[in-house]
Ligand binder design. Structure first.
Ligand code: PHB
Length: 366
């Protein structure tokens, strides 16, 4: 099979991507104490710099934005310095890398929150979901997500500001741009989806109101970065990871995506969060509707292969194709696709936490 479409370059703002492969954002929970990226993380990302674009694992923009032990942050000077090693290593290896801006909202627990507070959310609606905590004695384990506290209207600008600050920090750390994480049941998706957003103010109710907070964050991030082509956004319409459910994804996400057109972003990244299973009935139709509405660059993600990715770009369904699990297990994914070579299998036991094992020791082809 030829993959000529996947191998063609694409311009995003001032960046030339040499191919259409994207390394998807992937939580790996391997930061140092203080949620600081390390030399090990730099090595891992540099191994995968063959992607046209690397998107970092989700990185909390403030301490309240954390839902998993050892996930990296982008709010402290030490974290910026840690990330500098990562961006330097990726650039030295010839790659390009965006940072994913994260706030988990209700997918958290008092053990992860400053002063043991309740996590924050659009509304006080508890998710039937899991986060990952460290106890005072150092032991660590999965935990049920806690009952969140609804953000007051006058607190919203402060959260928006955290995203803007995180994006400025990301540029300081040498990233080529940022991705606003509005997918997978985290804070921004909690605002978008009708069941997790029970607000009666201007940020709840209609699709327009539920999209307002996401657009506030996008606009503040673009203003802080100073170049809309360095800001992308990720969404996961119809996703139920994190116990979100939207009553009308077609209406909600069509509205949001239409509003994004005027922002002239780097890209729209549409994820099908299929790693927990689920049927996603109607997803393909929704995706092609969003593709028709959106006038800019589109990345698709979720269970893609070399064949399906090549077909999607050839058919004009997507401009770029993100690979998650294949990039974890195959640092040289681009070379394997070019050669039509077999892929290393994924080790599900080393995804989260730990060190080099299952992280930087997956073999490249000889
Ligand atoms: C996870 O840690 O399981 C996770 C993090 C971010 C995502 C999805 C899953 O977007």
């Amino acid at each position: 099979m030829t993959i000529e479409h996947l191998l063609s370059p694409l311009q995003i703002g001032a960046l030339t991507l040499p191919n259409r492969l994207v390394m998807a954002p992937l939580t790996r929970q391997r930061s140092l104490p203080g949620n600081i990226p390390s030399e090990l993380n730099a090595h891992y990302y540099a191994q995968r710099a063959n992607a046209g674009l690397v998107i970092s694992e989700a990185s909390q923009v403030c301490p309240e934005g954390q839902g998993y032990a050892w996930s990296p942050g982008i709010h402290s000077d030490a974290q910026i310095a840690g990330w500098q090693q990562v961006t330097q290593a990726v650039h030295d290896a010839g790659g390009r890398i965006f940072l994913q801006l994260w706030h988990v909202g209700r997918i958290s627990h008092p053990l992860l929150q400053p002063n043991g507070a309740a996590p924050v959310a659009p509304s006080a609606v508890q998710a039937q979901a899991e986060c990952y905590v460290v106890e005072a004695d150092g032991s660590h384990h999965k935990a049920a997500t806690a009952m969140p506290r609804a953000l007051e209207l006058n607190e919203l600008p402060g959260v928006v500001e955290a995203y803007a600050h995180g994006s400025v920090n990301a540029l300081k750390a040498g990233f080529d741009g940022v991705e606003v994480h509005a997918a997978n049941g985290y804070l921004l998706d909690q605002f978008l989806c009708s069941d997790s957003n029970q607000r009666t103010d201007a940020y709840g109710g209609s699709a327009e109101n539920r999209a307002r907070f996401v657009l506030d964050v996008v606009d503040a991030t673009v203003a802080a970065v100073g170049d809309s082509r360095k800001v992308g956004i990720r969404i996961s319409p119809m996703g139920t990871f994190g116990d979100v459910n939207d009553a009308n994804p077609l209406e909600t996400f069509s509205y949001l995506v239409a509003q994004l057109n005027s922002r002239q972003l780097a890209y729209l990244h549409v994820n099908r969060p299929d790693w927990l299973g689920g049927t996603f009935e109607g997803f393909d139709a929704l995706l092609s509707t969003l593709r028709q509405i959106y006038t800019g660059t589109v990345i698709i993600a979720g269970g893609q292969t070399a064949e399906s990715g090549e077909q999607a770009v050839a058919d004009g369904l997507a401009d770029l194709v993100a690979y998650g699990r294949p990039y974890i297990a195959n640092p040289d994914l681009l070379a394997r696709f070019k050669a039509g070579a077999a892929l290393n299998p994924l080790d599900g036991n080393t995804l989260y936490g730990g060190g080099a094992e299952g992280y930087t020791d997956y073999p490249s082809m000889s």
